[in-house]
Design a protein around this ligand. Sequence first.
Ligand code: DAH
Length: 366
Amino acid sequence: MTDITSQTQAALAAIGAATSLETLEEQRLDALGKKGWVSLALKTLGGMSPEERTAAAPAIQSARAAIADALDIRKAALEAAELEARLARETLDLTLPAAASPKGSVHPVSQVMDELAEIFADLGFAVATGPEIEDDWHNFTALNMDETHPARAMHDTFYFPDKTSDGKDILLRTHTSPVQIRSMLDQGAPIRIIAPGRVYRSDSDATHTPMFHQVEGLVIDRDIHLGHLKWTLETFFKAFFEREDIVLRLRPSYFPFTEPSVEVDVGYSTEGGRRVVGGHGDAPGHAWMEIGGSGMVNARVLEFAGVDPAEYQGFAFGLGIDRIAMLKYGMNDLRAFFDGDGRWLAHYGFSPFDQPTLSAGVGAKA
Ligand code: DAH
């Protein structure tokens, strides 16, 4: 009896002094494990006479209960202490700067796309998108270029070996114009959208890359005419180049999807070997530069896109984004746009924090 009392006291002292969960577990096994002394003492009860058992059992049972309680309490204390220690150890100093010098910058093409969206949004245009992997119906047929149309050959199209389930050729879109068709089919008329994005042609030299960027514009409503087109482009270029002396010249041209069709030229001068947009192209020291195609949307295109040409008409335009980015930011080699050279980007790139806004200036350079 005294034996159990002293053994229990020794065990409770050891449990109270345990400094880790591992030593606590050793204490548990020592007393309550299968071969622990409490378990063995409990087993001896079976071989006792009823009287002996009645006398011996309470002391063993209470020793077991006291040790089990002590183990629970010590375990909870040790776990709490461990959590405290971890919380104290694992600190995160949120006041440290993210990096000594941020490395990323926004590519001029992305910057110009954001500028375009900002300016056109102010004129009431939404941004529309379409797939870069297109079918020939959206890219050509619905734009009034049927299978035999010579303009198809001029597009240097990248074709995929597969066809759509209904037998159409699959290709990389050669222009953003198919987004006109998709937007009209989706939304009907009236409509006012721009569609910036990547386009692809099998063409590569100093001024052509197999992938480049265009922005499509489309306005369909009642009573739309070429004057609206000219005003829209003029207003856009004034905001984009941040100068009032933008002069546009619309030159008769041909596109299958517009009738009439015009090519858009902008007046510029050359200063220090650099082209600077502004002024009348026929003025001394000035010339005209082509910046895009446009026209009144061909009635057949409206029909293909499910819009009634007796009720609606509108204009469309397509501009080369890379070209206007080069003009605005003074870059002269298109191929450098797609080299992924960190030094070029560090020089021509923009701060991600420099979001173009009309109030702060769409071209604010970081
Ligand atoms: N899709 C033409 C191209 O890539 C550009 C173009 C011309 C777009 C006239 C238009 C347009 O919307 O009206 O060559």
